[in-house]
Design a protein around this ligand. Structure first.
Ligand code: AMP
Ligand code: GLY
Length: 423
């Protein structure tokens, strides 16, 4: 079987690493890939912002299965196009991907289907923002409606700050078109949880849950990022909570999308806040999470390609997944300055020593490789991932590996899974 993975981040490296373990797969390609993926799959050039470029590549390869990593190609309609051409592709159609590509669509959908989420207002002008703010208490969450790579959410401490952030988003200066509409939300508190399910448009099967760490600094300080680390354990949610999340969130979303004529196939990522009043939806992603996929796939013992095909072919079942009871954790090493401006092209040392530590796998994100040497090439550079019999062991291994790796300006959080360890 010939498999194509689209993307170039740590998530895609984890997908490639897992798929490579499948005896069913004879040829594995990744476009465009990165410096680490190149060691495990054949990397090919493609512009993922351009549907024609992706289609031309697939026409040449004729893949038996394509897995789409990032959201952008999904919102461009890559699955619609591949399906039309008879190439099996895992992921939602462009219409179903609106759950991620438009926060206002997602919020109104949640409201229509009585799925718990924070109170909100959708605004197209600063006048609407000012009027709506009358109904909120500070802090207020201000979100750009469109895709912003995890950088379109600001938690404003006061209503004045909320108005000024919203004005900047609406002006187009901050995030371009993505901010032409904004969503104001009540600020929720609690532990966050990433709950991902596979769907075939009708049925859902959960993956093991994970927790992301969105802020750039220790103790959840500083601006939001794409994610600075994540962990997964056997008891991150108990069975009762898992069933609740399936029956009150994941299943109703998939059923609702079907009744609205936009069947959701692929992986539905429910970003949740576990509040005192119960779980509430913060956001949906219509793809695997990054970095959650790294620790999640480290715990997967069954063949990922079977589960991907089950989604495409309409036969998703919980039996598609066999999970290890081990704990796993991913610590993201980023370029200094991320999520703001940063420099690239820094030589990375110590990768081999880090990867030699028991239970450790170093996934590459923003890296490139020249003459056998790895260099930084993005904001999030590496996802240093480890598993162990318990969370303490996994965390100790991941940080021991981080300590072996160096590059100019390297930054990583020292407290990934810290709150869970304290409990
Ligand atoms: P989103 O892209 O909507 O998930 O937002 C990114 C991050 O912003 C989330 O993972 C949360 O950490 C935070 N966030 C989003 N919405 C809220 C909210 N209503 N209350 C508190 N934090 C939020
Ligand atoms: N880790 C959050 C995301 O993938 O959007």
């Amino acid at each position: 079987m010939k498999v194509l993975v689209l993307g170039s981040g740590g998530r895609e490296h984890a997908l490639v690493w897992k798929l490579r373990q499948s005896p069913r797969i004879s040829q594995l390609y990744c476009a465009p890939g990165n410096g680490g993926i190149a060691d495990e799959a054949e990397c090919l050039a493609a512009d993922l912002q351009n549907l024609d470029s992706i289609t031309a590549l697939a026409a040449r390869l004729q893949p038996d299965l394509t897995v789409v990593g990032p959201e952008l190609p999904l919102t461009l309609g890559v699955v619609d196009e591949f399906t039309r051409r008879g190439w099996p592709a895992f992921g939602p159609t462009r219409a179903a991907a609106q759950l991620e590509s438009s926060k206002s669509f997602a919020k109104e959908f949640l409201q229509r289907h009585h799925i718990p989420t924070a109170a909100f207002a959708i605004c197209d002008s600063i006048e609407e923002v000012r009027a709506a703010l009358g109904h909120f208490h500070a802090p207020v969450v201000v979100k750009a409606d469109g895709l912003a790579a995890g950088k379109g959410v600001v938690i404003a401490k006061s209503k004045e700050e909320a108005a000024s952030v919203a004005a900047e988003m609406l002006s187009g200066k901050m995030l371009g078109e993505a901010g032409a509409r904004v969503v104001l939300e009540e600020c929720l508190t609690g532990d966050e949880l990433s709950f991902l399910v596979f769907s075939d448009g009708e049925r859902v099967a959960p993956l093991v849950a994970a927790q992301d760490h969105k802020r750039v600094g220790d103790g959840d300080t500083g601006p939001n990022t794409g994610g600075m680390g994540a962990y997964s354990t056997a008891d991150i949610v108990d069975e009762q909570m898992r069933d609740w999340l399936i029956h009150h969130i994941a299943q109703p979303v998939v059923a609702g999308m079907k009744t609205e004529g936009a069947e959701f196939k692929g992986v539905l990522y429910c970003g949740l806040m576990m509040t005192a009043l119960g779980p509430m939806v913060l956001e949906f992603n219509c793809r695997f999470g990054d970095p959650e996929t790294q620790p999640i796939l480290m715990r997967l013992e069954s063949d990922l390609s079977d589960a991907l095909e089950a989604s495409i072919e309409g036969r998703v079942s919980e039996g598609d997944f066999k999970w290890s009871q081990d704990a796993s954790v991913c610590v993201v090493m980023s370029s200094g300055g991320y999520p703001g401006t940063y420099e690239v092209g820094k030589r990375i040392d110590g990768l081999e020593e880090a990867g030699a530590i028991e239970g450790v796998k170093v996934f590459h994100a923003g890296t490139s490789k020249r003459d056998g040497v790895h260099y930084t090439a993005g904001g999030r550079v590496l996802g240093v991932t480890a598993r162990g019999l318990d969370l303490e062991t996994a965390v100790a291994r991941a940080y021991a590996a981080c300590a072996k790796i160096s590059f100019d300006g390297a930054h990583y959080r020292k407290d990934i899974a810290g709150r869970a360890l304290k409990k």
